[in-house]
Each structure stands twice: as structure tokens, then as C-alpha cells.
Design a protein around this ligand. Structure first.
Ligand code: KIV
Length: 282
């Protein structure tokens, strides 16, 4: 029998029972099926698809239509994991109404069970309150927040000074009070992450925030080593999929060139009489 689908309330129960929460990104049905089958709790259709799938420099060009399209694909692959979709840049910053419509599309058309958004300002807290009020669970995202790349500059550790750490702590508390069910904390000093994790009651999912968080998330393409040129301190590479795929492509090219593929076992037979009966024309 299939395991029961992970729900938002279960994520809170995991924290309450001290059970670590696992989360990975996926952007298509095949990857989602693998993440799901591996028993990962949360599959995130992240706007990091802008970088890893679509080849953009950052996540800003990712549109709501793109997110809906990819989230629906992930939904077709994931059966058990909780499916969260990122609200992309400019889909929730303009007004509460836009935020509701955007989140609604990710739930209705994409099949997500919850949405994630970045930042923790009073306006963002209002967005969270409004979405939660109408039954859309929200995951926050603080620390390094890629949609703020033009304001923050390049990716770097956030919360190293007392003021910036205080701001992250206050915003985390604000998101919790607004009803967020969890927060992703990205590239933040370990001791600050521990303090937030221990102080707040909602689950904190770290990425580059140390082992003390309630759970961990990684971009699947990073932990699979799909791009050898990308090295991030916070990422552990579990395989070198990029190299393996590249080598497979090379072997295929060589096989085709020298006639070693396809072999007889990859081909299909035909009855001799049927073949003999063919009119080959003049
Ligand atoms: O878009 C994304 O993949 C994310 C993760 C890094 C948490 O937000």
C-alpha cells in the first residue's frame, strides 16, 4: 500500500517530535517521481528553475505561467511528498489581490499544496496572512533571498552582523505570527539559524544554515552534480550526474558513428513472406 501523502500539519508534527524534515527541488515529472520514491518529505518546484533549467542568470525572469507549467509536471510525478511551488518575482509584490490570484493558480492549475514566497517585511506578512486566511498554506524564505538579487548583490551569507541578524529573527517571528507554516533559511550563520530554530515554534528548513535546523533543502541539480562548474560551500554532492550523463552521450555518439548501436536486440523483426510481398516499385 502507498504511504499516505505528507500534509502541512504533518510538517509541524515532525518538528514537534524532533524528526528531521527532508526537502529537495524538482521541476519535471521524472525528477519528482525519483524524489518522491526516495521518501523525501517535501518536493519544491522552486523558481531556481530559472537558473538550472532555463539557463537564466537569476530567478527574476521566471514568470507565473512558467511556474504553473512546471508545478503541474511535478504534481504528475509526486504522489506522496508535500508539493510546494514558489511564487515567482512580481507575482505577489504588486498587491494582495495579485498574490491571491497567483497563489490560486499554483494550487488550482499547478496542483501545489502550498506556496513559498521570499522576504519578511510587513507587506509580505500581510500577503501571508491573506493567503493563510483563504486556506493557502505559505512557506517563508529568509536569509539570502534570490529575488532580492538586485538589492542584495551577489549571493552571500546573510545575518552576520547584529542588526542584520536581528532583522532576520524579527522577520521570522513576523512570518510565524502571520501564519506561515515553515520558513526556508538560506545561507545564514549556523548559530543564528540555531537560535531561530529553537526560539520559534514553526519548522525551519535550512540551506547553508547548518545542521541545527529542523530540516534541510537543496537544489536537486546541485546535489546531483549536474553542473561541474558550480561549486557552493553549502552543497554536498551526492553523485556526479553531469559527468555520467556527458560520458553516456559520448559513448552513444561513438557507437552510432561506428555502427555499434543499434544492435539486433534493439531492432524489430518482420515476417519474410510479408517482406517478399512488397511492391518495391520501378
Ligand atoms: O527556488 C529554489 O530552489 C529555492 C530553494 C533554494 C529553497 O527557493
Amino acid at each position: 500500500m502507498e504511504d499516505a501523502r505528507i500534509t502541512v500539519p504533518m510538517i509541524q508534527q515532525f518538528k514537534d517530535h524532533g524528526r528531521k524534515i527532508t526537502m529537495l527541488t524538482a521541476y519535471d515529472a521524472t525528477m519528482a517521481r525519483l524524489v518522491d520514491a526516495a521518501g523525501i518529505d517535501i518536493v519544491l518546484c522552486g523558481d531556481s528553475l530559472g537558473n538550472v533549467i532555463l539557463g537564466y542568470e537569476n530567478t527574476l525572469p521566471v514568470t507565473l505561467d512558467m511556474m504553473v507549467h512546471h508545478t503541474a509536471a511535478v504534481a504528475r510525478g509526486a504522489r506522496r511528498a508535500l508539493l510546494i511551488a514558489d511564487l515567482p518575482f512580481m507575482s505577489y509584490q504588486t498587491s494582495l489581490e495579485d498574490a491571491v490570484r497567483a497563489a490560486g493558480r499554483l494550487i488550482q492549475e499547478g496542483g501545489a499544496q502550498a506556496v513559498k514566497l521570499e522576504g519578511g517585511s510587513p507587506y509580505i506578512q500581510d500577503v501571508v496572512r491573506r493567503l493563510v486566511e483563504i486556506g493557502i498554506p505559505v512557506m517563508g524564505h529568509l536569509g539570502w533571498t534570490p529575488q532580492f538579487v538586485n538589492a542584495m548583490g551577489k549571493a552571500s551569507v546573510r545575518g552576520r552582523t547584529r542588526d542584520s541578524a536581528q532583522e532576520i529573527l524579527d522577520q521570522a517571528r513576523g512570518l510565524q505570527d502571520a501564519g506561515a507554516f515553515a520558513i526556508v533559511l538560506e545561507v545564514t550563520p549556523e548559530r543564528l539559524a540555531n537560535l531561530i530554530t529553537d526560539t520559534l515554534t514553526l519548522p525551519i528548513i535550512g540551506i547553508g544554515a547548518g545542521p541545527g535546523c529542523d530540516g534541510q533543502v537543496l537544489v536537486s541539480y546541485d546535489m546531483l552534480g549536474m553542473d561541474e562548474t558550480q561549486t557552493f560551500r553549502h552543497v554536498k554532492r551526492y553523485t556526479d550526474a553531469g559527468r555520467q550523463i556527458f560520458q553516456a552521450f559520448e559513448r552513444y555518439r561513438d557507437d552510432v558513428m561506428k555502427g555499434a548501436f543499434p544492435e539486433r536486440r534493439h531492432s524489430f523483426a518482420m515476417d519474410e513472406d510479408e517482406l517478399a510481398g512488397l511492391d518495391e516499385g520501378s
